[in-house]
Design a protein around this ligand. Sequence first.
Ligand code: SF4
Length: 372
Amino acid sequence: MVVRRDSAVGEQASGGAKKTTKAAASGSAKRSAGAAGKAAGAAATEMAASAKKAASARKAAAAKKAAPKKTAKKSVEKAAKKSAPSKAPAKKAAPAKVTPAKPPRNESHTALVRRARRINRELAEVYPYAHPELDFENPFQLVIATVLSAQTTDLRVNQTTPALFAKYPTPEDLAAANPEEVEEILRPTGFFRAKTKSVIGLSKALRDDFGGEVPGRLEDLVKLPGVGRKTAFVVLGNAFGRPGLTVDTHFQRLVRRWQWTDAKEPDKIEAAVGALFPKSEWTMLSHHVIFHGRRICHARKPACGACPIAPLCPAYGEGETDPEKAKKLLKYEKGGFPGQRLNPPQAYLDAGGIPAPPLGAPMPGSPPVGTE
Ligand code: SF4
């Protein structure tokens, strides 16, 4: 769904009205001048008596005709007033105001479900190519990349992992790695010492407890060092096709802005939002919400004026509402920049998406690397 502000339509309409009212004004002036002349002639001669009769009949008819056009007359006067300073440049029509959705105070569960699903449907239209934004070729690469994505962007992780997986392609290889060498590779992702410990520890657990394979069950995944429910669901949803909600920082912020829940703990948010959608939609819902959080509905400056779901959002106005200024806040492909993946899915490329460049390659106009 796209919010349209048809200011041009408004301007055309008012221009047309001016033309019509101008024509009406000059016509009515001519008519009244003619009527005045005839009335004078009728008073001078007797012959005019009959003419007077006819004239008054015409006058009455004209008055009858004019009667329902009082409003037109008013608008003629208004138009005349307006047209007086017509040499001044026409005022630009103000963009249509977006009225933020106001969910009723005691919104029923059914109404909330309907509202939440509508937002998800709209987001699915805005991001038909939504996908996990970490590059991976197998569950091992995904679980490692997800652990590395803490406190940095997926873009930065994607630019770093090719070197890591080229050197340590399996859990066994990474489990036996020299930590200092791994630290050097992971340095660009920040917190590289802690992350090195995590990925080596995780690889050892995979090697020792799961035969070198990433398990496909939630209860096993959360036993791995450094793997919480969020990471586990990313892996389940995207490497095993098992539905999962990814309650990351974007997800938490957006669902609270939309008043889907006021819970603050990820587990409670997961339960509350999970209850609004069928399980089969959980993975794609997570992608839609996270895509929107990264591109438009940012933490500090949400681009409300450029947001396609503004009419559905109770938090509209929390960010920049001026459309032009809001446009400048858009990130990644919505702002005309490359996406986060070096190897994005075909659907993204088909939609005109641009892949991210490898680490060190110039990325003109790219958004600053941060936690967004
Ligand atoms: S950008 Fe603004 S209008 Fe859009 S979802 Fe976020 S808070 Fe709501």
